[in-house]
Design a protein around this ligand. Structure first.
Ligand code: NAI
Length: 330
């Protein structure tokens, strides 16, 4: 049984090879740097499975091309599956499985790192000190203890984030159409409007769907506390980037931290340091001193990678054995 692994970075190879050995499955893993789309689908010729990540495109044309090349299963090594046309996958009879939870704490801790960095300007302080500039002007932060943080999406990652912030002495508010029971011990669940109006920091942890696309748009930004911080470690398209740039320019939005970006596909997970960035919106974002961007690394801890690889191989085992898979989607 052969599996084509798309968007494969060295750490994917390391952890998947290790998990494959441990699982003892007769699976041959073929690694490709290329992201999956309709043009690269041919790389999966002769493979029954493909293994993909967040920026691989599994739209209807890609899925049809994969199916034509003999692929019968798609294994996502991530939680979100907004990049898969599930209706088309079902029509083709493709098995689709994901890794619903690996280390929610990994993403929650990265969220905290972004909040802490932006709030205390450590990204700027680091550069200043290395230049021999020990001035503190412009580095005033706010004590997080006592601040109100709004968590949108109180599932695994939202809950882990809320626990950390609660521990710091923040007042935590949540918004979720199906709030987790455990969240009630940490804070109040309120309507979105109230959360936006009351929060000093708004952190996004809901999945991307038709309903949540551009959840943070001009109207939402207008409701937010003047000077508030917006944090997105979930999916880029939850935020309308143009609206956010407008709110930063008008000084209405105090600061922005993102680990994900609406058009991250052509940029993230690659070394673009010697190239000119064509994306005008991204380039504009990089000019703000109060904007912090990381390249979709919320999941990137050794523990999470180990878990992702082990669950992906367990999903492969279910497919190979024709067993029901608890992580199947669609
Ligand atoms: P989860 O499924 O445990 O929780 C999601 C929560 O969002 C659920 O409680 C759900 O009811 C809620 N929700 C759905 N629609 C909503 C809406 N319109 N408004 C508010 N809440 C809504 O998912 P989990 O594991 O917490 O992951 C959340 C998201 O984090 C994933 O969908 C993924 O996009 C992102 N993620 C980002 C990573 C990164 O490296 N930056 C890594 C892993 C996940």
């Amino acid at each position: 049984m052969q599996m084509a692994v798309f968007s494969a970075r060295p750490y994917d190879r390391q952890f998947l090879d290790q998990a494959n050995q441990q699982a003892g499955l007769p699976a041959r893993l073929l690694y490709y740097d290329a992201a999956l789309d309709v043009h690269t689908a041919a790389l999966a010729e002769g493979c029954q499975l493909v293994c993909v990540f967040v920026n691989d495109r599994l739209d209807a044309p890609s899925l049809r091309a994969l199916h034509g090349h003999g692929v019968r299963a798609v294994l996502l090594r991530c939680a979100g599956y907004n990049n898969v046309d599930l209706a088309e996958a079902a029509r083709l009879g493709l098995f689709v499985a994901r890794v619903p939870a690996y280390s929610p704490e990994a993403v929650a801790e990265h969220t905290l790192a972004l909040i802490m960095t932006l709030n205390r300007h450590t990204h700027r302080a680091y550069n200043r000190v290395r230049e021999g500039n020990f001035m503190l002007d412009g580095l005033i932060g706010r004590t997080l203890h006592g601040r109100t943080v709004g968590v949108i999406g109180t599932g695994r990652i939202g809950l882990a984030t809320a626990r950390i912030l609660h521990g710091l002495g923040c007042t935590v508010l949540g918004h979720d159409p199906a709030p987790s029971a455990a969240f009630a011990e940490l804070g109040d669940v309120v309507p979105l409007t109230e959360l936006l109006q009351r929060s000093d920091i708004v952190s996004l942890h809901c999945p991307l769907s038709e309903q949540t696309t551009h959840l943070i748009d001009d109207a939402a930004l207008a409701l937010m506390n003047p000077g508030a911080m917006l944090v997105n470690t979930s999916r880029g398209a939850l935020v309308d980037t143009e609206a956010v740039i407008g709110a930063l320019k008008s000084r209405r939005l105090g600061s922005l931290a993102i680990d994900v970006y609406e058009q991250e596909g052509p940029l993230f997970f690659q070394d673009r340091s010697g190239q000119i960035i064509e994306d005008e919106l991204f380039a504009r974002l990089m000019t703000f001193p109060n904007v912090l961007v990381t390249g979709h690394q919320g999941f990137l801890t050794g523990e999470a990678l180990e878990e992702i690889a082990a669950i992906t191989l367990a999903n492969l085992g279910d497919f190979a054995a024709g067993r029901a898979c608890a992580n199947a989607v669609g």
